[in-house]
Design a protein around this ligand. Sequence first.
Ligand code: GLA
Length: 732
Amino acid sequence: MIEVLERERTFHLSTEHTSMILHVMESGHVVSLYWGGKVYGKEFSYIVDELKKASYLAWTDGNRNFRLEQYPVLYPVFGNPDLRSPALHLRYEDGSRITNLRYSSYRVLSGKQKIPGLPTVMDRSEDGKESDEATLELVFADRSRGIRLKLLFSVFGKHDAITQSAVLINDSKGSVWVEKVMSACFSFLADEFDCITLTGAWAREFRRTRQSLRQGKFLVDSRRGASGHGQNPFLALTDPGCTEDTGNVYGMNLVYSGSFEASVEVDMQHNTRMMMGIQSFDFSWELHSGEEFYTPEAVLVHSDRGLNGMSQIFHRLYRERLMPPNWAERPRPIAVNNWEATYFDFDRKKLLDLADEAAGIGAELFVLDDGWFGHRNSDGSSLGDWKVNEEKLGGSLKNLGQEMKERGLGFGIWMEPEMVSPDSDLFRAHPDWIIAAPLEEPQVARNQYVLDLSRKCVREFVIEAVAEILEGGVIDYVKWDMNRNITDAFSGELFPGNQKELMHRYMLGLYGILEELTERFPEILFEGCAGGGGRYDPGMLYYMPQIWVSDDTDAIERLRIQDGASLIYPSVSMSCHVSAVPNHQIGRITPLKTRGIVAMQGVLGYEQDLTKCTEKGKKELAEQIGYYKTVRHIMQEGTFYRLRAGENDYAWMHISRDGSEILAGYVQVMAKPNTVPERLQLKGLEEKAWYALEGTDIVRTGSQWIHCGLELDQSMEDYHAVQWGLRRVEMP
Ligand code: GLA
C-alpha cells in the first residue's frame, strides 16, 4: 500500500510486515526516514529534524544549519553538498558534472509496470483479484540542466517486498553523459551492521561472507559482462547479532545479469548508505536530447525474522512474480544429462544406451549436452555453427528426439548461442561480429570469442539460428550456456565516444534475444548456465526458471554452494545433479544416498554413465527417483528453512504449501568420535498440530518437533546423510 501524507510531505510505503517512509524536505531533497518492521503514524520527520548539526560539512543553499551530508538522502546526486558516494553522476557538454535535482511531483500508479527492455518482477495479479501492488513515482528536476529523474518504488504487499528503479530523461537540447546511475540506494542513520555477500569462484560459487562494517566503503562488483561466479548482485545488512531466525535483515538484489556494483559506505557521521546498480567503472551512456535511460530494478527485502525470513520473501516473490509463470508451478522434469557421462565422446549408440537406462530408472528428460553440432568433438571448434552433426548422431536431431519420446523421455539440448569459435564457419564469414579491440589480437577464453550482441544483425542471426533448431516441436528443454566473460570490450559498431556503453548494450541485446525466444517457444524449459553458477541472478531467472548452480557436482561441495544460493534463490530454481564417484571435480567419494539427498534440495537430475551402474546401483537410483516424484511438489512450492549451516553439518527443510507435508535433509560431513547425542530442531510447524514421522509410528506435536527435535543418529560414517518425511495427521 502507498499512503501519501500531503501535509507531512511524506510517503508511507507498506507491505504486510514492513514500512518504508520517504519525506520531502523544505529544500526539495528527499530523505529516507525509515525502512524496517511495520510502523504506524503520520509524522516521522522528527527523525531528521532532531539531527544534531555536525561541524565542517558544507552548508546547503546558504543555510548554515542545513548540512545535507548528514541526512539520509534517498538518491544522492553528485554536485550537491552531500560528498558521500552519489547514486547519480552526470556530465554535461560544457564539462560540468554538477546536477541539482529537487523534488517536483509524484504519482501513484496501480500495479507494477514493466521496464522497457529489462527483466523485472511482475504484477501478476490476474484471475480478477484486486492487485495489492502499487507504484510510487517520485519526479525530480534540475531545471537549469533540463534533466528529470523518476524514481519508481513498487510495493508488493503480500510478498513483503519493494522494488526500486530509476529513469533519467533528457529534456535539454544537447547530450548528457550518464557516468553512474544506481537502481536503488538507501541511507540509514546508524552504523551497527554486519554485511553479508555471496562470493566464490568457478566450482565454489555462493560462499556466504559476513563482516562487520567499519568506517569506509565496501564494494562487491563485477566488471566481467556477467554477474559472475565470484560475486552475486546481492548485499544484505543485518543486525550484528542476526541469526537464521532472529534479527533485522535488509537485503538488496539486482535484477540484472551483467556488470554490476553493490556498495555500502559508513561515513564519518556514523551513517550507512547502501546502493546497487549497473557497474559504473568504464560506463558512460550518452543520453541524447529527448531520450530516456532506464536502470534495471533492485529488489529490497526487509525481514525481522533473520536470514530465513529474508530468504522466504525472496523465494516466494521470485516464484510468483519473477520466473516465467507457465513454468514456476509446473513439476520440473528429472533430467539425465550426458555431459559427465560421455563429455564430447558419444555416438548414437552411446546416447540411446544411456537413454534406455535413464528411462529404466524413471527419469523424465534426456539432455544432450555439448558436442552435437558442427564438428565439435572438443571445446576447440564450432560454436556458432548450429547445424546438427548427423554423422555423429547417426541421424537428425528430430529423429534422436523421437527416439527419446519413444522411451517416454522428453528431449533437451545444450547451446551456447552468445559465443563463436575461431574455428567455425560463422567466424570465417563474419570475423567482425565479435567483441574485440582494434589493433589487438582478440583474446580467446575456452577457445571462443563473445558475439557482439549490441549489434542488431548479430542478434538477428542468434535468434534465427536458435529458432531453427527449436522449431519442429521435438525439443523440450534448452541448457543455455555462457562459458567466458567479456574482455577487449569494444564494439565495431559504436562511435568512439560511445564505447563505454557496450557492456550494458550487450545485456540489453541478450535480454532482447531471450524475450523473443521465450515468447516464441513458451513450452520449452530453458535452464541457465554459465560454466555453472557464473550468471545466476534474478535477471536470468526472469527468462529461465532454473539454473545450473555449479559445475561442481560433489555432494559435500554442493552443501555450501546450495546453502549460499538458498539465501536468495528458491529451491525450484536450483538445478542439482547426482554424479559419479570419484567426483570429477574434486575426486571425493560419497555415498549415493548422500548425493541423492543433497540433489533433492532442488531440481533433481543425474549426470553419470548409467550404463556402468550395477543392478543394485540402478535399483537405488530408481528408488531415489521414485521417492523424489512423491515429494518434489514440497520442494517446488513449499517454504524453505535452513536448519543448520555449520562447517561439519548442514540441514534444511521444506514445508508444503498447505503445511501438511515436510521434507527435511541432514548431512554430517565428517564423523565425530565420542559426541553427545544430538537432536535436529525443525522450524515453521504449527505448534499444536500433530505430525507423523514417515516410516515409523511416531506422532508428535509441531511444538515437540520444533523444541525437542528429531533424533540424529551417531553415525560412524563420513558424508553421512539422512532424510525425513513428516505428515500432518489428526490428533492420535
Ligand atoms: C559448461 C557447463 C557444463 C557443460 C559444459 C559443456 O562448462 O557448465 O555443464 O555443459 O559447459 O561444454
